[in-house]
Design a protein around this ligand. Structure first.
Ligand code: F6P
Length: 551
């Protein structure tokens, strides 16, 4: 397959850009009264994705779709649903879409349909969740479980933590879910301070069951439990595991009966649909976990069946190629106007940046074009009072995704009106800004002198013409959230196909892990002292301050 820069379409897109450069967003809307209808796309009855305020035209969209065809996107999408999508650098298949397929569906891997096995594991999860909810699974002293602490990091934390938070209004099972991920013991201490040992269930979530942060926290949590109950046998009642590594789980002391399995063909950042979603099912109930899966499956069907010209994840990915590789905009802001989605930007960062932060193509050859953007964000309206100034008037142009929900479950209709008004206003201000003439007319109407007007006008002028996408759903519920997450998963995947990179490995994170292991020895005073001079200097400073503290 050709790399992106070898594609004549990219050259044609660049030429198109030069031809269209002078047309700003205000002009595009003035020229085409049907622009919103033309560029706003539907996912079923519950989601609309408005791409009309991006710097593109029908010609650009058509050419991007041709580029996708040239890059063989269609067979790549089919491969995502069975048998031949392979992560070569890690030698494993990629088939996370099978996790949300309904019973009876087929997703083959090496001639074997994996869907029945997926549903067997889901059935085990359901039975377990129902036992916990019924108070039938008891801790030491016969206490029912009231708190679940998920110990995991990266894909074994961010997805479940984000979903549990996002769907807080649906938590009616009497279970509070907590998440411990960080190597900073402060997080474990603060979570343990909120829970009672006899009523707490720890879910140790790790695909490999070797991740240092997770194992360090899991050992400390086990010691905390043992200090409270004094009996090793009780650990079984308080620790379950989600992993692909049965022997390591057993070595830790968790009963194999209490291990929930997932598979090598599920990448960490695509795993919340598997047993990694156990804290979601415990906090929200298994039926709601199934609704989440159903929403994701519906988005899978949309990806497979919808022509590129109306295919939402494909269009989002093509747009990012346009923004990054043609317009040179390498940052993407994501701004959910829902406080419950406050962990969504962090989740999306792993999904997209760990997947597409690559500089070699899928054959290991260096690439010469930009790949994954910097993804960042914050919930609205908080972001407006922090960094939105830069979005509106800074020299950096950041395409923004606004995510909003028409209805809320909270009894504060005025809040909801104002929240949505703010979201719509930000997209409007970014796109259309305020011209110098408008500013001058306003200041004149306020009675300011010509001198004052000339002094203030430059500061108050907003050039606008800044691109954004608005994703609007009817409400934030398990089904819609499943679809929204799958939409971003597929955007990430399609970007990877177009950039011809392997979106499913993450070798860049390994070196730091190895170096940290050596530096732990240095900090313990048993290293070989062979560090670069900057690290050596910092180690000495740490040691001297630690000694001072002991004195
Ligand atoms: O270090 C990165 C990473 O490998 C992620 O890809 C993964 O989600 C995370 O660590 C956790 O890995 P595990 O589930 O094996 O503990």
């Amino acid at each position: 397959m050709k790399s992106l820069h070898q594609q004549s379409r990219i050259v044609a897109l660049q030429e198109l850009r030069l031809r269209e450069k002078a047309v700003g967003l205000s002009q595009r809307f003035a020229d085409d009264p049907a622009r919103f209808e033309r560029f706003c796309f539907s996912f079923g009855q519950h989601m609309r994705v408005d791409l009309s305020r991006q710097h593109w035209s029908a010609d650009v969209l058509a050419m991007l779709c041709d580029l996708a065809r040239d890059m063989e996107l269609l067979p790549a999408i089919e491969a995502l649903f069975g048998n031949n999508l392979f992560n070569h650098s890690e030698e494993r298949a990629v088939l996370h879409t099978a996790l949300r397929m309904p019973e009876g569906a087929i997703a083959e891997l090496n001639g074997l349909n994996v869907v029945p096995r997926v549903h067997e594991e889901l059935a085990r999860l359901r039975v377990f969740c129902e036992r916990v909810h019924a108070g039938d699974w008891r801790g030491f002293g016969g206490q029912p479980i009231t708190d679940v602490v998920n110990i995991g990091i990266g894909g074994s934390d961010l997805g479940p933590a984000m979903v549990v938070e996002a769907l807080a209004p649906y938590q009616d099972k009497g279970i509070r879910a907590h998440f411990v991920s960080n190597m900073d013991g402060a997080q474990l201490v603060s979570v343990l301070a909120e829970v009672e040992p006899a009523r707490t269930l720890f879910v140790v979530s790790s695909k490999t069951f070797t991740t240092d942060e997770t194992m360090t926290n899991a050992h400390a949590a086990r010691a905390w439990l043992l200090a409270a109950c004094g009996d090793r046998e009780q650990v079984k009642k308080h620790f379950v595991a989600v992993s692909t590594n049965a022997s390591a789980v057993q070595a830790f002391g968790i009963d194999p009966e209490h291990m929930f399995e997932f598979w090598s063909w599920v990448g960490g950042r695509f795993s919340l649909w598997s047993a990694i979603g156990l804290p979601i099912a415990l906090a929200l109930g298994f039926d709601r976990f199934e609704q989440l899966l159903a929403g994701a499956h519906e988005m899978d069907q949309h990806l497979r069946e919808t022509p590129f010209e109306r295919n939402i994840p494909v269009l989002l990915a093509l747009l990012s190629i346009w923004n990054i590789n043609v317009l040179g905009l390498s940052s993407e802001g994501v701004f959910p106007y829902s406080h419950h989605l406050k962990r969504f930007p962090a989740y999306l960062q792993q999904l997209n940046m760990e997947s597409n932060g690559k500089s070699v193509d899928s054959c290991g050859r260096p690439i010469t074009y930009s790949t994954g953007p910097l993804v960042w964000g914050e919930v609205g309206t908080n972001g407006q009072h922090a960094f939105f100034q830069l979005l509106h008037q800074g020299s950096l142009v950041v395409p923004a995704d606004f995510i909003g929900f028409a209805r809320t479950s909270y009894p504060y209709p005025e809040h909801q009106r104002k929240l949505l008004a703010n979201m719509l206003a930000q997209a409007q201000a970014l796109a259309f800004g305020k011209t110098r003439q408008q500013v001058e007319a306003e200041l004149e109407a306020e009675g300011l002198s010509a001198e004052e007007i000339a002094r203030l006008a430059p500061y108050k002028t907003m050039e606008g013409n800044r691109p954004s996408t608005t994703i609007l759903c009817d409400e934030l519920n398990p089904y819609n959230l499943g679809a929204l997450i799958a939409m971003y998963e597929h955007k990430t995947f399609v970007q990877g196909v177009l950039w011809n990179i392997n979106s499913f490995d993450q070798w860049g994170v390994e070196l730091g892990k190895k170096l940290a292991a050596q530096l732990v020895d240095e900090l313990a005073g048993i290293g070989n002292g062979q560090q670069d001079s900057a690290t050596q200097g910092l180690l000495q400073q740490i040691a001297s301050w630690q000694v001072k503290c002991k004195e």
